[in-house]
Design a protein around this ligand. Structure first.
Ligand SMILES: C[S@@+](CC[C@H](N)C(=O)[O-])C[C@H]1O[C@@H](n2cnc3c(N)ncnc32)[C@H](O)[C@@H]1O
Length: 259
């Protein structure tokens, strides 16, 4: 396999490093690691705990349920990760804490982060981290309005999203430029062989070979899906004249269908 220059270096702080094999050993992301487009280093905060039992968590001040990740092992791990990245020539590493109280991850945020050379990501556990660690954190990121048991899956979700933006990761036929959110809309529907499946036929226009008609059909499908499932995206998007016309057509068709 052809090797490339490392475009993005990750240092992950996690109590469960083995979980990251799901990312580094499989699929599109696995290929990016094998091609050395991305570099991954896993640090376990336990290795930075100075106490005999390698303790990394403690009860919260003020009482209440749950434990919290202690500041000292985490800060030592962040500093070690930044030092490693600096030794690789990365001077502007960004430290990110995955947390449900962070800003929501979006396509634009992923694109922006994929342009960093180095990221140090804290995948925390328990109730999260001691607030004072935030003095070492540049950004807090959430992957959605729900709570998971740990930061490993959120970190891997974000990393996958960043990695697929990097040049050389996707093959031509897997291009990310057509994906949902890239142009502010959801992706249109797709069909593959057979032409007829359980009496359901592939839309005629897709078999026509007429590229302009196919482009228009796909754009209209994208608009229809976005209007139906994510009207918030349409409210944020500056529509072209063509998109406005297609959306009006969709709304008229919808009204006629409901009569
Ligand atoms: C059980 S959660 C802690 C939840 C925290 N007490 C709260 O309510 O915001 C444990 C860890 O999982 C990770 N996590 C859970 N849900 C997440 C989300 N939606 N986005 C990013 N990280 C998340 C964070 O690293 C968090 O510290």
């Amino acid at each position: 396999m052809k090797t490339s220059k490392v475009l993005l270096t990750f240092d992950i702080l996690t109590l469960m490093p083995e979980m990251f094999l799901a990312l580094s050993d499989y699929g599109v992301t696995g290929r990016a690691f094998k091609k050395k487009i991305v570099n991954l280093n896993l640090l376990n905060p336990r290795e930075f705990s100075t106490d005999l039992h390698k303790t990394v968590d403690d009860r919260t001040y003020g009482g209440g349920p749950g434990m919290l990740m202690m500041a000292d092992p985490l800060v030592k791990a962040i500093e070690a990760a930044k030092k490693r990245q600096s030794s690789l020539g990365i001077k502007d590493s960004k430290v990110i804490h995955m947390t449900p109280s962070g800003k929501l991850l979006s396509h634009n945020k992923a694109k922006e982060l994929s342009e960093c050379k180095g990221l140090v990501i804290i995948a925390s556990r328990y109730e999260g981290i001691d607030e004072r660690v935030n003095n070492w954190v540049d950004e807090e990121i959430s992957i959605g309005d729900y709570v998971l048991s740990g930061g490993e899956l959120p970190a891997m979700t974000m990393m996958d999203c960043l990695i697929r933006q990097l040049p050389g990761v996707l093959n031509d036929d897997e291009s990310a430029t057509q994906d949902s959110f890239v142009n502010g809309l959801l992706d249109h529907s797709h069909f593959t062989r057979p032409e007829i499946f359980k009496e359901m036929k592939v839309p005629e226009v897709l078999l026509s070979g007429n590229h302009e008609k196919i482009r228009l059909w796909r754009l209209k499908e994208s608009l229809k899906l976005t209007w139906r499932n994510r009207p918030d995206l349409l409210a944020e998007k500056l529509l072209t004249k063509e998109e406005t016309r297609l959306l009006e057509e969709i709304q008229i068709e919808q009204e006629q269908d409901s009569i």
